[in-house]
Design a protein around this ligand. Structure first.
Ligand SMILES: *Cc1c(COP(=O)(O)O)cnc(C)c1O
Length: 239
C-alpha cells in the first residue's frame, strides 16, 4: 500500500469512527507522525494531503527540516519528550509543542518564544496511568496544577489542551478507560475557565487505537505506522 492509499484509508476510518459516535469527522484532525521517516516519504504524505505532522526528537527534525521547508502550510509539532535544555531549539523549529510536562519546560518555552517574537501553542502531556517510565504529568499532581496556575504569566505560549499516550496494549479496547479519563480531565479543566487556557485540543490515539480514541472524544489522532508502515526498532532512547 502506498502512503497515499494509507492516508485515504485512515481518513475513512476516522470518518466512520466519528459517525459511529455521533461526531463530525471535521472535529478530528489527522497528524502524520514522521519520526524515522525520510523527507522524500514525508513529501509523499504532503502530496496526499497531510498538513499536520508530528516529530519526536528535536535533533532528528533539525536534520530534516531544511529539506522540507518548501512544504507550504505544513504544521510541525514536537510530540516527544522534551528536555528543558532543548526548549529553545524546539521553539525555533516547531510550530507547536505537544509534550509540556513541567513548569520548568513551560517557562523555558515561554522565554524562547518571547525571544523569537512568536506565540507558541502547546499541549500538556498527561501520564494518565501514572506509569513510572513515561513522561507527562499525572492528573492529580501539583505539577499539573502549577502549570495551569502560571499560564497567565507565560504570555508567549498558549495552552490549547492535553495530550496522552496510554499504556500500550495490543487490544485497542484497553485504551478506552484511559481515553475516557482524559476526556473527563479535559472537561474538568475547561469548566474552571482558567485564564489563558483553552481546552480545544485533546490529542489521543495512535495507529492501533485511534478509532477508540475518536469514540471517546479525541480531536487529534497521531498516526505513524498506519501511514508509513513499521518503523525500524530504535537504537537509543530519550535523545
Ligand atoms: C510514535 C508516536 C506516535 C505514532 O505511533 P504509531 O503507533 O506508529 O501510530 C504517536 N504519538 C507519539 C507521542 C509517538 O511517539
Amino acid at each position: 500500500m502506498s502512503i497515499a492509499e494509507n492516508i485515504a484509508r485512515v481518513r475513512e476510518q476516522i470518518a466512520s469512527a466519528a459517525q459511529r459516535s455521533g461526531r463530525n469527522a471535521h472535529e478530528v484532525s489527522l497528524m502524520a507522525v514522521t519520526k524515522t521517516v525520510s523527507p522524500e516519504r514525508i513529501r509523499e504524505a504532503y502530496k496526499a494531503g497531510a498538513r499536520l505532522f508530528g516529530e519526536n526528537r528535536v535533533q532528528e527534525f533539525a536534520g530534516k527540516s531544511a529539506a522540507l521547508s518548501d512544504l507550504n502550510g505544513a504544521e510541525w509539532h514536537m510530540i516527544g519528550h522534551l528536555q528543558s535544555n532543548k526548549a529553545r531549539a524546539a521553539a525555533e523549529l516547531f510550530h507547536a509543542a505537544d509534550s509540556v510536562d513541567s513548569v520548568r519546560l513551560q517557562q523555558r518555552l515561554n522565554n524562547a518564544a518571547n525571544d523569537l517574537g512568536k506565540k507558541l501553542p502547546v499541549l500538556i502531556e498527561i501520564n494518565i496511568a501514572g506509569e513510572t517510565a513515561k513522561s507527562g504529568v499525572t492528573p492529580d499532581s501539583t505539577e499539573l496544577e502549577q502549570i495551569l496556575q502560571i499560564a497567565p504569566s507565560c504570555e508567549h505560549i498558549e495552552i490549547c489542551g492535553l495530550m496522552s499516550v496510554p499504556p500500550y496494549s495490543e487490544d485497542p479496547e484497553a485504551s478506552r478507560p484511559f481515553f475516557r479519563q482524559m476526556r473527563a480531565l479535559c472537561d474538568r479543566i475547561a469548566a474552571r475557565n482558567l485564564p489563558a487556557i483553552t481546552m480545544e485540543t485533546l490529542s489521543l490515539g495512535m495507529s492501533h487505537d485511534f478509532e477508540v480514541a475518536i469514540e471517546e472524544g479525541s480531536t487529534c489522532v497521531r498516526i505513524g505506522t498506519g501511514i508509513f508502515g513499521e518503523r525500524p526498532a530504535p537504537l537509543t532512547k530519550g535523545l
